[in-house]
Write a protein that binds this ligand. Structure first.
Ligand SMILES: [Zn+2]
Ligand SMILES: [Zn+2]
Length: 153
């Protein structure tokens, strides 16, 4: 039996979640295409010089997430640090704290473990979006039905 065959026979008990990591400016609360354009923005608009990520490396493997680009389908969106591989739930407040503590304070170690989202606190954005859309459609249909009823009265 080949390794590939063996791998497909083992059921995946804890499948990883597809996730995209955003690069957001916590001052403007705006998102950027990538970490380096965010660092440029921080330097030019906020006079904040942030160190680049270690070069030649991609985001470390995660047991919880499979990293996707913005254009690839993904279930979660996380907030990422433009200067290291730290990520946390999508919060400008939280990423601001990380950047200030780890990259703007020369006395600090400059490292913080990524914070995974708590599964029980997840609000699935895609799910929320689709249910909101469905609610809108129902509301629109109801108002249409109301109009028809008044026509035939
Ligand atoms: Zn900004
Ligand atoms: Zn960082």
């Amino acid at each position: 039996m080949s390794d590939t065959e063996r791998a497909t026979m083992v059921p995946e008990i804890n499948p990883r979640i597809t996730a995209y990591v955003e690069s957001g400016c916590y001052v403007c609360q705006k998102y950027f295409a990538n970490a380096s354009s965010l660092r440029t923005h921080m330097r030019v608009f906020h006079f904040t010089e942030l160190p680049p990520r270690p070069s030649g490396r991609s985001r470390p493997h995660s047991v919880k997430y499979v990293w996707k680009s913005k254009k690839q389908p993904h279930r979660r969106t996380l907030m990422g640090c433009p200067s290291c591989w730290f990520h946390c739930p999508l919060s400008f407040t939280r990423i601001a704290r990380h950047i200030k503590e780890c990259h703007m304070d020369p006395d600090h170690e400059g490292y913080e473990d990524p914070i995974d989202e708590n599964e029980s606190n997840f609000d699935d954005e895609n799910f929320m979006d689709s249910s909101a859309a469905t609610a809108n459609i129902y509301a629109a249909m109801e108002s249409l039905t109301g109009k028809f009823n008044s026509l035939f009265r």
